[in-house]
Design a protein around this ligand. Sequence first.
Ligand SMILES: [Zn+2]
Length: 276
Amino acid sequence: MNYDNPNINERGMMYGKWMTAPDTWTISFGGGVYCYLIIGGERALLFDTAYGIGNLREFVEGITDKPLIVVNSHGHFDHTGGNPWWDEVYAGPGAEAGMKKAFSPEMQEDFNKKPHPDYKVNTVREGHIFDLGGRELEVIEIPAHHESSIALLDRKGRAIYSGDELEAGQVLLFVRNELLPLKEVVQNHMNNMKKLKAHWDEFDTIYPAHNGPGLYKSYIDDYITLSENILAGRAQIMPNLAGFGWAPSVEGTGFASLGALERAQYGGASFIYVKE
Ligand SMILES: [Zn+2]
């Protein structure tokens, strides 16, 4: 093993990559966090940067040499930690607050040593177009899991990149900067899913930031039904958070201070939230 390479550790390569579709690459960190490299005729766009461990920039430049635009799905550090490999990023409104705050002191130290820890954050809003040259990505604001969440609609690739707002394992509704009453955040999520559904004929696949990638778009319907069931007080609640993704037990995950968590599910959709 060549341990001089910052992307190799005792387990081998820290990042995995595969071409999900022509000119569309999934970059996986640790098997649990997905970034997407979307390549157009003139530019490439990296959607999320994982925790920033190793040298993500070197890894990305091993795939494409096109000028790169870095965009975050939202302001959580498992999607923004690699930003300081570049001097500028784009993100949704409210992402900047907290996006440079690592999940541990060790990660913070690593972050501070990167080339651009004071990188610039450009805020993008609904309807913003990233023009990659023959391939345009449109920003759709979908805040619920986090205040700053955006999705990207890729009409040419017939895909939606959804960050943490739409995924197969579960969507966490208790990790926002400001916790909202459950029904309010569920209503917001439902409205967001209906916004995505309005583009039904323009995409086939959803690429989430965890627990994917590559979901059928019918997940959107499952999430809408789940929200309707919660709002009507008839959702299926899973005992002891039992489910099909990461189950954050209250003990030992740093979320104990929030109180008891609950998981509701319908079909492929599930939410985890603070029990009221
Ligand atoms: Zn998140």
